[in-house]
Design a protein around this ligand. Structure first.
Ligand code: ATP
Length: 414
């Protein structure tokens, strides 16, 4: 079975919104082992929409459409799809009741046009919308399947999770088992080189790498007839990948790096405090994304100016004058300073030049020092990040988190 994702909405064509629905649905279909060969986008125009539906069904077995199920005049997806299949739209009592209840719940009057949302193509499977008003539907016609979902991503995702995923899983005889390994500290091309023979010889499982925001995702997918068989196939490759990439793999369950690090600190009851300069609090914001981090996260100060570094966390004025605010010496003193101030187990600091200005031949834009201190060990690492201001700041945060993770990993006595 192969599928096409057809997003409907003029605002998508005008660049006002990004087609995140297609990305989400493709990802889910990959998990289901359904090939997606095309993504398409069309505006709210009945003639062009019908043309797009026709083209999509000429080349795909399943067409998943999102958007255009609302109450307004330009919401036409149901009407045009029903017309394409030669079906009438008939009132669905259950849907009408749900829409009425929805408006009662939010204490708003239901306008007449909302009644249009309860009109469904005859013979279709109606998908209740538990997050909004527009129901979706599935039309099965000969060997073709049309799945119509609402445009708002929150509604679309909920409907997909609750109804569409199991519907499609039942249609597919194969079971796809997937594993995501997340890697940090090795770039995508190097990961690919390290796994070259596995990638070249892949049949089942398949193995692919993707670069994403400073991390690399390795996806291993097996096609089998049972979960147990699928897991067995995956584990063979997983062991080989671990042998080659070892501690560069930080998650096997698609976690964020801050979750891995935060949970590690919570589990070991190791407290931490942070002094940030060029990242302006980004590292602290990421770490405080982790639930229960208050058990170990004691303090964070953004010491952006030299004065703040000197007066708030006790960096020596001489150190700054002699070595500069962006230097190994200052980074180390920032880490000691915040640790002493907070009485935490770990102190970590970031100081660097995020650009675009402020660089020099000796200290170019992208130069960042990250220091970590715990017990009687202090480590400072120098990085030369590339990219714009935001990318440099993000890279600094990721590498600071990774430094905590790795130093912990190699120093179990922490
Ligand atoms: P509603 O009942 O809200 O009108 P609808 O099914 O008619 O739902 P649209 O009117 O097409 O949906 O889109 C509603 C909003 O959903 C859009 O303004 C946009 O914010 C979001 N949206 C629509 N399509 C997409 C898409 N492909 N990707 C991401 N967001 C989308």
């Amino acid at each position: 079975m192969n599928a096409e994702v057809l997003a409907v909405g003029t605002e998508l064509l005008m660049g006002q919104i990004t087609n995140t629905n297609a990305q989400y649905i493709s990802n889910k279909l990959l998990d289901l082992g359904i090939n997606v060969f095309y993504h398409s986008v069309v505006g709210d125009n009945p003639y062009r929409l019908k043309e797009s539906i026709k083209l999509a069904f000429d080349r795909s077995d399943i067409v998943i459409m999102t958007g255009g199920l609302g109450p307004t005049q330009d919401d036409l997806t149901k009407e045009v799809t029903a017309d394409y299949f030669g079906l009438n739209l008939i009132n669905d009592d259950e849907s009408l009741k749900s829409i009425e209840e929805f408006f009662k719940k939010i204490s708003k009057p239901m306008v007449k046009s909302n009644i249009k949302q309860a009109l469904m193509p005859e013979g279709s499977i109606v998908l209740k919308n538990n997050a909004g008003t527009a129901p979706g539907c599935i039309i099965e016609n000969n060997s073709k399947i049309a799945i119509l979902l609402p445009g708002p991503p929150r509604e679309m995702k909920q409907m997909f999770e609750e109804k569409v995923f199991s519907y499609l899983r039942n249609k597919s005889t194969d079971i796809i088992t997937s594993l995501h390994l997340k890697v940090i500290g090795v770039g995508e091309s190097l990961v690919e080189k390290i796994l070259e023979d596995l990638i070249e010889n892949q049949t089942n499982p398949t193995i692919a790498t993707y670069a994403k925001d400073g991390e690399v995702l390795i996806r291993i997918s097996a096609n089998s007839t049972s979960d147990v068989e699928g897991e067995k196939l995956i584990n063979n490759i997983k062991d080989l990948v671990f042998e080659r990439l070892g501690n560069n793999i930080f998650s096997t369950i698609d976690e964020e790096l801050e979750s891995v690090v935060g949970n590690m600190l919570i589990e070991k009851n190791v407290t931490i405090s942070i002094a940030e300069s060029c990242t302006g609090g980004l590292l602290s914001a990421r770490l405080t994304n982790v639930p229960n981090i208050s058990k170990v996260f004691l303090d964070s100060i953004v010491t952006y100016s030299n004065n703040a570094k000197i007066n708030l966390i006790g960096v020596s004025e001489d150190t700054i004058n002699k070595f500069g605010a962006v230097s190994e010496e200052t980074a180390k003193e920032m880490a000691y300073g915040i640790r002493n101030l907070s009485n935490s187990d770990i102190g970590i600091s970031i100081t660097g030049i995020a650009g675009p200005g402020g660089g020099s031949p000796e200290k170019p834009v992208g130069l960042v020092y990250i220091a970590i201190t715990y017990k009687d060990i202090t480590i400072c690492k120098k990085y030369n990040f590339i990219g714009d201001r935001m990318r440099i700041r993000n890279s600094a945060c990721l590498n600071a988190l990774d430094l905590i993770r790795r130093e912990y990993f190699f120093n179990q006595n922490l």
